[in-house]
Design a protein around this ligand. Structure first.
Ligand SMILES: Nc1ncnc2c1ncn2[C@@H]1O[C@H](COP(=O)(O)OP(=O)(O)OP(=O)(O)O)[C@@H](O)[C@H]1O
Ligand SMILES: [Mg+2]
Length: 347
């Protein structure tokens, strides 16, 4: 009874705390927040200046008194204090939109598969000190599969490849749990790094990370049958130190990122190899599902299908699958509790 009342007064939320983007789903409402996981800090006052999209605009353009912090690295909290402040900021933002008394929310939050006890605890603690009254953790690959409306609780195998900015997770799911998985620190950010390195080595051009990401999203393709596309990249000439413009093709970008793409494909192959045969048959029938921002890399689905000999599908709206999954859990928490990571016993 008391819980029910609390429920009515609180804005419970599902959170995808990503290396690049943080999304918040609010119960009965949907996705309310979708912002870069970036925080601008004023060093003079040690206060947060701004968070999210506005902080991203400052990237690479700040004077000495502003520090831009990305508090997550490879899906894991690297700066606890800043992460906590960022979560608090988002919770407050959700609460601002309602009037009257608001109780502390229940939070369902996705975490990577391969994390230590300490890293997992850090996520819980960050949410609690940001104001959550209960924190429930779920493996983010499982959340992505739930968000993609896959029947995760059935006795049927499915493979989801969740590739974001900081890491790629490959998970085989059956009966509501993870059967086999691989994770690798190669995803969108690494592809951007590859492009920066390629420009340095081949064009003597120093490229900023924002420009590298832009060119990737604009023209990168990884399949071999794509038509030639050109674009200009701008940066600083390493020899003269002056601004320089270079025309690149999708072939250049493909070459720049090919090693990383191959590593992702190999990790999928390894995961298939350690998966029990009955489940491999199910995966073949359903196809491998791609989720996360890097799932949108043009031709990635084709390359994986060619190499692994299993059909591949990019799920609908791959950037929001994890948060939608946490939302589905939140809406039916009592019945879906078994999908959550069991709480650690304190002591
Ligand atoms: N059309 C696109 N083509 C290629 N990459 C893209 C595209 N759109 C977005 N991305 C990349 O997707 C990544 C962001 O994806 P996402 O929001 O799923 O990551 P994240 O959840 O923050 O990170 P992680 O899950 O690794 O912690 C960025 O690296 C971005 O450059
Ligand atoms: Mg993610």
């Amino acid at each position: 009874m008391f819980n029910k009342l609390w429920g009515k007064l609180s804005r419970d939320m599902g959170i995808d705390l990503g290396t690049a983007n943080t999304l918040v789903y609010v119960k009965d409402q949907g996705i309310i927040i979708n912002e870069p996981s970036i925080v601008a800090i004023n060093n003079r006052s040690d206060q947060i200046m701004t968070i999210g999209e506005d902080a991203k605009k400052m990237l690479g353009k700040t004077p000495g008194y502003i520090t831009i912090s990305k508090p997550l690295i490879r899906g894991i909290i690297s700066d606890f204090e800043v992460t906590e402040k960022m979560i608090k900021h988002f919770i407050n933002k959700v609460h601002q939109e309602s009037f009257g008394f608001i109780a502390r929310p229940i939070v369902v939050i996705g975490i990577p598969l391969d994390v230590t006890e300490v890293e997992r605890k850090a996520v819980e603690d960050a949410c609690k000190s940001a104001g959550a009254r209960e924190v429930h953790l779920i493996e983010q690959s499982l959340a992505a599969a739930i968000g993609a409306r896959l029947p995760v609780q059935e006795a049927s195998g499915m493979m989801i490849v969740e590739s974001g900015a900081g890491l790629t997770e490959i998970a085989v799911i059956s009966l509501g749990g993870i059967v086999t998985f691989s994770t690798l620190p190669i995803a969108g950010n690494e592809l951007d790094e590859n492009i920066i390195q390629y420009a340095r080595e081949n064009f003597n051009l120093l490229l900023g990370e924002k420009s590298a990401e832009e060119i990737k999203i604009k023209i990168a393709t990884v399949s071999s049958d794509s038509e030639k596309v050109e674009a200009t990249i701008r940066g600083r000439d390493l020899m003269s130190g002056l601004p320089k413009e270079v025309t690149v093709t999708n072939q250049h970008i493909k070459e720049a990122i090919s090693r990383s793409v191959r590593q992702i494909v190999e990790a999928i192959r390894d995961t298939i190899e350690k998966t029990p045969p009955e489940l491999v048959v199910d995966i073949y029938e359903r196809g491998i599902l791609l989720s996360g921002g890097t799932a949108m890399l043009k031709g990635l689905d084709k390359v994986i299908a060619q190499e692994i000999k299993i059909p591949v599908h990019v799920i609908n709206d791959p950037l929001t699958s994890v948060v939608r999954g946490t939302g589905i859990i939140l809406e039916d928490l009592n019945n879906l509790k078994e999908l959550l990571i069991p709480p650690t016993v304190e002591g």
